[in-house]
Write a protein that binds this ligand. Sequence first.
Ligand SMILES: [Zn+2]
Length: 638
Amino acid sequence: MPDLRNYVTTPIYYVNGEAHIGHAYTTFIADSVARHSRLKGIKTFFLTGTDEHGQKIEESAKKANKPTQVFADEISRGFKDLWDEFNISYDYFIRTTDEDHKKGVQKAFMAMYNNGDIYKGNYEGHYCISCETFFPESQLIDGEFCPDCGKPTNIVKEESYFFKLSAYEEKLLNYYDEHTDFILPKSRRNEVINFVKGGLNDLSITRTTFNWGVKLPEELNDDKHVLYVWLDALLNYITALGYGNDEKNMAFWPANIHMVGKDILRFHAIYWPAFLMSLDLPLPKHIGAHGWWTRDGEKMSKSKGNVVLPKEVADTYGLENLRYFMLREVPFGQDGDFSQRAFIDRINSDLSNDLGNLLNRIIGMSGKYSEFHIDSKDVARLHQKELDEMNSVLGNLEKFLDELQTHRYLEELWKLFSIGNKAIEEHAPWVKMKEQKKDEALATVALVANILAKASVMLNCIMPSTTTTISEALGFTINTEAYRSLILGQGLLKPFVIAQVPPLFPRVEQPLLEPAPEANKPESEDVEEDNLITIDQFFQTSLKIGTIVEAEEVPKSKKLLKLQVDIGEDKMRQVVAGIREFYSAESLVNTQVCVVSNLKPAKLMGMLSEGMLLAAKDENGLCLVRPESPRKAGSSVG
Ligand SMILES: [Zn+2]
């Protein structure tokens, strides 16, 4: 029996900068889950919003020379506008600066205070301003640096209210034990369990060092404190339902899924459940922690100038293509890489070839054979095998979405198109038409129409607008009734006239966005972290065999030789190489070398150098890397 209500949330996004591709990814997953839930006829509440309090926001607003609320308003609106433009089907957009939210937070604080879980004390500890978190000494890196962001921490002493987190250690461990799918992907469970087993300190939940936050409840008469942002922020998931106010949507609690980034998993899987236990509320069913996005294998950062802006990509490649790519490309929980090449491959191969062509083929065939009329009447008689295959795929599909494994969900879903394409090849309707077996030809066309219909019902949550176009062409509407009859009831389409839609996924021949600026010299930490490259990255280097045609010494330089190298192009390449200590100019003429031919030209002592020679060096000196036997100039190496 499925849940009758479903509550899905994104994290509330921190208003300290504009939305990037990672925000879009979380929001796409949550939106897809919410959409599919509604399609199944489940009452669904989908929440997103912005997290607006804390010292960092106060400081950023000051830097931007704006009143803090104005600053928060602007960035919050940026998120909301983007989600509206992206057709995100949220039911409510919460802001932690909303009056209702603040009231709800104060109610929750009082409830925890009254049951003895909150007390006043003094806190002295290592505080990370960036993460707005105190860390016990044992967690600091090298006794000083923040374990979450790596920045230096400061010792701060202040009066503070505390939440008795330590009292919840056992209860939390028991809960993880009894609910093995509480944390998704399950591979992240252990890191949470180990953290709790390491011992939980009581949590400082108020601050006196800044003002931009929710004030303590008036009853406490202690107005120099504001609430610590995590307590304030996490409570959004219930204040959005009316907690502490009209409670009007509290029937949606507990949430079915909180989508979070892996950096905030600990707050959601440890603090949040403890707060809820204290409030005597049930815990969310799942916390889904997703990974990061890189670009072309590199960390995205403003300083590198390689940040992918979701709106720019969506405007260029199509919003739903972007949704499909992001949800198909990455196993949930792992880091994903945004590369235009991978994106274009998905568009051309999965969307254009597999899905788009299948629709075009049946439009074409039905036009030729039956004036676009399609009738399912002979499908069960002639294609039971394919129907069985199809139903078995459909029957196993939803569990992947339930576990947020959208890449598996889509991978499985795509099997339907293989069944369709294979049926066309095997039954060759054009041959059947020649053999005067029109019924059989039309049954195959109708089979494929049904495959497309069912696939578009299931794909609707990922590509809502594209699948609406497909279903309109197939003469039906995607709604709960269609889900029940076509998917649950394994029913077939009623007779219809197929509409001639233009190709849905035009092929993309080349990257449409400017490539990422060439990375500056990577910081040393990056090198350590990731010194493996992919085969694609390797082949970005073009290596060629070259024949040295001329060589001369460079006046005033002890090291440099100026070479003219034939690498099979019309023009010689001039290469200035630092090899004079090891080779005389004349000894090099008519010998072969290995040239990196796609380096950006550089100037050395005022001379242009248009390539680099491969060489090996050790304590005995340097030698050039050469082919074992002569090769044609310009032969590629690799
Ligand atoms: Zn930090």
